[in-house]
Design a protein around this ligand. Structure first.
Ligand code: NAD
Ligand code: MG
Length: 396
């Protein structure tokens, strides 16, 4: 029996995780759930899985949750605040942590899970992008097992040679990693219309159903940029060893190309329950509720090169990785601020990349060799990005 803590249980990945676990009740006990503000959904989840501890970061929502709990016969410890989040992964008996918080808010609790030496199922790519080397060093130092939930990285993990799966480092015979991405909802939109797309259009992904932030990231392809950085750190490969391949059908979730000409691909329906089930059960396999592909019904599978003019965020991310140090952290923070502003209709879609670019230009990159450096770069970038948005993005 694995004892599971889900950080961010009320989100898209959190809900999919609970769905997979519900199909395998004899294997998993969900002991800890956490959420930011959604007390209602968290309570519904508690009725079903009866955890021992919940953390609601928002204190008012935690009170609301407690009042509802008092009227029920559930016996659950309720905590609030971001410190409680970092403590949640240390709850007695927990061995598996699903890192499914969105954005930089996930860094400290996810790192805390790594420091406990847990099995960590990583969906929260921003945490790794921010703190790359520090994060991977913590995995090593604490004997944690880091398993990628992000579908592309999970696919790569599945395609890598068996012997490498244990540590994700030495890539013998691997020529390239081929990181696939759908190109999002605006792959074919006439370029001049990009400026006027709405948050609703940006969040309507053709293949995947996801939280709002990652949906916008998919529309700008910053998601692929973040994933490029994520892959460099996870698999300890240089930027030049990864090619981005646009594959609009989202059937192939990524590939690994080998020295002898072989290319291995992992395929499946675009449903996050597959990589979640894979990481939960690894190295075994369990039911996920996802139907297999029907090859008799499958339409064309197509592949093409990414359009760097349409998706400037791809270049920005590659450049940040090349620069190293705190550059990926600055990129990530500026992106989070810009995406939030776009969702609130404060800036246009095409301003997202501009905010990021201008933020990066204004901040000095330093070594990212301590958590303090990383957190300070994150804070700094947020302030600069916010100020740029307030004063109106320079029109180019
Ligand atoms: P979501 O917005 O649906 O859910 C986010 C979760 O994080 C919620 O439970 C929310 O309560 C919690 N949260 C948000 N802000 C918080 C804060 N400040 N403090 C504490 N908790 C907070 O997001 P999602 O789509 O489930 O994505 C989660 C992570 O997984 C992201 O990093 C995303 O990039 C990654 N991911 C998601 C998908 C997907 O299909 N949704 C695929 C691959 C990777
Ligand atoms: Mg992905």
């Amino acid at each position: 029996m694995q004892h599971v803590c889900i950080l961010g249980s009320t989100g898209s990945i959190g809900c999919s995780t609970l769905d997979v676990i519900a199909r395998n009740p004899e294997k998993y006990s969900v002991d800890v759930l956490t959420a930011n503000t959604n007390a209602e959904k968290l309570f519904e989840q508690c009725v079903l899985v009866k955890p021992k501890l919940v953390v609601l970061v928002d204190s008012e929502q935690a009170l609301k949750f407690q009042r509802q709990l008092d009227k029920s016969d559930l016996d659950i410890i309720v905590k609030s605040g971001s410190k409680a989040l970092v403590e949640a992964v240390k709850f007695s008996g927990i061995d598996t942590v699903v890192a499914a918080i969105v954005g930089a808010a996930g860094l400290l609790p996810t790192l805390s899970a790594v420091q406990q030496g847990h099995k960590v199922l990583l969906a929260n790519k921003e945490a790794l992008v921010m703190s790359g080397d520090l994060f991977m060093q913590a995995v090593k130092d604490n004997g944690a097992t880091l398993l990628p939930v992000d579908s592309e990285h999970n696919a790569i993990f599945q395609c890598l040679p068996e012997s490498d799966n244990a540590n994700l480092t030495s890539l013998s015979g691997v020529r390239k990693i081929l990181l696939t991405g759908s190109g999002g909802p605006f792959r074919l939109l006439p370029l001049e219309q990009l400026k006027n797309v709405t948050p609703e259009q940006a969040c309507a992904h053709p293949n995947w159903s996801m939280g709002k932030k990652i949906s916008v990231d998919s529309a700008t392809m910053m998601n692929k940029g973040l994933e490029l950085i994520e892959a460099c750190f996870l698999f300890n490969v240089a930027l030049e060893q990864i090619d981005i391949v646009v594959h609009p059908q989202s059937v192939v979730h990524s590939m690994v190309s080998f020295a002898d000409g072989s290319v291995l691909a992992q395929m499946g329906k675009p449903d996050m329950r597959t990589p979640i089930a894979h990481t939960l059960a690894w190295p075994e396999r369990i039911e996920s509720g996802v139907e297999p592909l029907d090859f008799y019904q499958m339409t064309d599978l197509t592949f093409e090169a990414p359009d760097y003019e349409r998706f400037p965020c791809l270049q920005l991310a590659a450049k940040a990785m090349q620069t190293g140090g705190t550059a990926p952290c600055i990129l990530n923070a500026a992106n989070e601020v810009a995406v939030a502003a776009f969702l609130q209709k404060q800036i246009e879609f095409t301003d997202i990349a501009k905010v990021i670019e201008l933020t990066i230009e204004q901040i000095e990159v330093t070594e990212a060799n301590s958590l303090a450096c990383v957190l300070s770069a994150d804070r700094n970038a947020r302030e600069v990005a916010q100020a740029l948005i307030l004063k109106g993005i320079e029109k180019r």
